[in-house]
Design a protein around this ligand. Structure first.
Ligand SMILES: [Zn+2]
Length: 364
């Protein structure tokens, strides 16, 4: 992102403050941070995936806790305020992305990582301009301003952007475009990044230093119909970002757990949670081979008020479920952690603790 004088001054103050505070009394600063967000993923979602899958990669993460999810103005958050709390370490109103309720811009953990010369990346199975990834790389008063978010992302400092959402990056003359202007943001991104927009293009990507892959006009297909899996996107992101010897920050979102819960579709909920867990496996394999890597898994909120009323561990089945809502709920969500600094995420915290602590660990 482009920085104004104010944000530069703010960065300097944050750096100054960080030299006086410590996230941890131990010398355990991570070299790399990988932050996985299962959108809408609560305890029941994980339990259902564990029952039907038999085991989960999430079980490889030794530290566990819970985080609250309420926003500045609502007990039940949306993904914009939830994502912003995780990305920036401050609460905001529902609908707002990377901005305080008074519309002043916040610095995200991605911004802080870039200020420390880390490589950074965002991977999602929704439009890359959607609320969760946008919370890390845009500042807008409304999450629905996809075209503004795309315009800001065309100036991204991030080395990797993988997701969907071509429709907000191409000029209005292109069929399917949702822009109202003639800005060609893919051409702009191509000045700084290798850009691909097809599965074939993605599979042919070597390991450039900077890459953008927008793999669908809108959101990417559900996990059972996806040409490029979340795990494959995660692997490619690791290959690219790990070339930076200063370290890297990578956010990976399993975006569609949330949508299946909005539809009260238990089968879909379990499918998307297991798909997300596959990506957790890719990340844990890498982290175990690369000491100094902190891995965090959490959710921005719970979706569906999902509960499991009957099933069988022996048969790996869930036979009776209930959704109390087609929206989000206000219950706390789990957080799991592995690697240096993991213990800072154990116990019960506010969701802002996550963004604050990640920033602090990068600056330390
Ligand atoms: Zn969400």
């Amino acid at each position: 992102m482009k920085h104004s004088k104010t944000t530069l001054l703010l960065s300097a103050l944050v750096l100054l403050a960080a030299s006086f505070i410590s996230c941890t009394n131990k010398n355990t600063s991570p070299k790399n941070i990988i932050f996985l967000i299962g959108d809408g993923m609560g305890v029941a979602h994980i339990t259902a995936a564990l029952t039907t899958g038999g085991s989960l990669n999430l079980e490889r993460m030794p530290v566990g806790g819970l985080i609250t999810t309420y926003s500045s103005n609502e007990y039940v958050t949306d993904s914009a305020a939830g994502g912003t709390a995780l990305a920036c370490g401050e609460k905001t109103n529902n609908g707002m992305v990377g901005m305080r309720p008074d519309t002043t811009a916040m610095e995200s953990v991605l911004d802080v990582a870039e200020s420390m010369n880390w490589a950074t990346g965002l991977v999602a199975t929704c439009k890359i301009t959607h609320a969760t990834p946008a919370s890390f790389d845009a500042n807008v008063p409304s999450r629905n301003n996809y075209n503004d978010i795309a315009k800001q992302m065309a100036d991204t400092k991030a080395e990797v952007l993988f997701g969907g959402g071509i429709e907000n990056f191409v000029p209005s003359r292109v069929p399917g475009s949702r822009r109202k202007d003639e800005l060609d943001l893919l051409a702009k991104l191509a000045e700084t990044h290798q850009v691909v927009t097809t599965a074939e293009g993605f599979n042919a990507l070597a390991t450039p230093l900077r890459a953008v892959a927008l793999l669908d006009s809108g959101h990417i297909a559900t996990s059972d119909k996806r040409e490029i899996s979340l795990s494959a996107m995660s692997t490619k992101a690791l290959d690219i970002l790990s070339q930076d010897k200063d370290g890297f920050f990578l956010m990976i979102e399993g975006s569609q757990i949330d949508w299946e819960c909005h539809d009260n579709n238990s089968e879909g909920t379990i499918r998307e949670t297991l798909d997300f867990d596959d990506a957790v496996g890719v990340i844990m394999d890498w982290a175990e081979q690369h000491p100094g890597t902190l891995v965090i898994v959490t959710a921005d909120h719970e979706t569906g008020g999902y509960s499991l009323l009957d099933g069988s561990v022996a048969d790996k089945t869930i036979t009776k479920t209930h959704y109390s809502t087609g929206n989000h709920s206000g219950v706390m969500v789990p957080i799991l952690a592995y690697g240096p600094g993991a213990e800072l995420f154990g116990g019960i915290h506010d969701n802002t603790h996550v963004g604050k602590t990640l920033k602090c660990l990068i600056l330390e």
